[in-house]
Design a protein around this ligand. Structure first.
Ligand code: TXA
Ligand code: MG
Length: 342
């Protein structure tokens, strides 16, 4: 298939909207990561997304809208509860995905047979304008090949999707760098299913106490029932094995210097880099979680481009604030392998 490469110009957004209205698949920039979009109201086109990504069919997609009003306009959910509306008013447009009971307007292909739907209103100007121009909600997972790190630049998307989708829009580098925070409001107590840029603390400030799903930090046994099907798959992985090291900087540096060879790469903090002998990549300052989120997926892809690297050591991040998102992605990239240096 020929893939049309588009800019963020008004004219190109119109072209992309035309493709989506005709049942095509377009990779689009969002503030979190790039997404692979198609008409969320047409179940027959959704399978193209799953094929392009190589995604398991039981993993539901997020529906993207351009405003809170779109939810009623397209009659996507049974009810917007008070808590849901409060969160939407506070954080939308922005990187928060909310799970609610769906109506029959959301095809089973989008919800993977669940009776719920995940909805998000992106703040990225191009994504938001595209949804308005196409006048349809867009179902979109991250635009990576399933299992690989999510794409945060146009070139990441080209690497994964060229020849597999109808068009890719260049929207520069994603501001946030990790996927949206996902929260379900189906149970009595809201539950965080995936941490992101909008933190647990920020959400609790608006709707009170929430739970954190077990799968955010821990490995889920294949036989256990998961709330978010995406969490049971290995994720974000470069081709090399990733091992996380827990402990302070001095011990981290000492360990990687003693255990590295020419086939090892290290993911570290700014201050550590100068003391590390192996090939190393910094995610940012130890206390700058925003920078770590912004850089993480790009670095995991850079590691992949180094052909000889078979092992990656990374410093286990703090679980606080946006750090919870970085922790969650890295621990999956590492297949939950952590060595304690204490
Ligand atoms: O930032 C993002 O959320 C990006 C951009 C493109 O918007 N999208 C994204 O989509 O990360 P995806 O498909 O890669 O991740 C969506 C996650 C998956 O883990 C999926 O299982 C979960 O959300 N999910 C979607 N619908 C769900 C539902 N109804 N119930 C539970 N989990 C759901
Ligand atoms: Mg994804």
């Amino acid at each position: 298939m020929e893939t049309l490469l588009l800019s963020s110009s008004e004219n190109d957004i119109k072209k992309a909207a035309g493709i989506l209205n005709n049942g095509g698949v377009v990779a689009i920039p969002t503030e979190t990561v790039y997404g692979l979009a198609a008409n969320a109201l047409d179940g027959s086109v959704i399978k193209k997304i799953f094929i392009a990504k190589g995604r398991p069919m039981d993993n539901p997609l997020i529906v993207h809208v351009s405003s809170i009003d779109d939810i009623d306009k397209f009659s996507l959910v049974k009810e917007i509860s008070d808590k849901a509306r409060k969160l939407m008013e506070k954080f939308w447009p922005g990187p928060l995905t909310i799970i609610l009971k769906k109506t029959e307007n959301v095809p089973d292909e989008v919800s993977a047979g669940l009776d719920t739907v995940a909805i998000r209103c992106p703040s990225h100007k191009v994504a938001n304008k595209l949804i308005k121009t196409a006048s349809i909600p867009l179902a979109a997972p991250s635009a990576n090949i399933s299992g690989r790190p999510s794409p945060t630049t146009f070139s990441h998307v080209k690497n994964d999707m060229l020849g597999k989708v109808d068009a890719i829009i260049d929207g520069g580098q994603s501001d946030v760098g990790v996927e949206s925070t996902v929260i379900t409001l189906i149970a009595d107590i809201p539950r965080l299913l995936r941490p992101g840029y909008i933190t647990k603390e920020q959400i609790e400030d608006v709707i009170g106490k929430i739970d954190v799903d077990k799968a955010v930090f821990d490995k889920i046994d294949n036989t256990e029932k998961v709330s978010s099907p995406g969490m049971k798959y290995k994720h974000y992985s470069p081709k090399a094995d990733v091992i996380l090291l827990a402990g302070e900087s001095e011990k981290f540096i000492d360990y990687v210097n003693r255990n590295s060879d020419k086939n090892t790469a290290v993911i570290c903090y700014d201050d550590e880099k100068k003391n590390i002998d192996a090939l190393s990549f910094t995610v940012g300052d130890e206390n700058d979680m925003k920078a770590q989120a912004y850089n993480l997926f790009d670095i995991l892809r850079k590691v992949d481009e180094e052909n000889n690297i078979t092992l990656v050591y990374a410093h286990l991040p703090k679980k606080e604030g946006i750090g919870m998102a970085v922790y969650n992605r890295l621990i999956r990239a590492a297949g939950f392998e952590v060595i304690s240096l204490e």
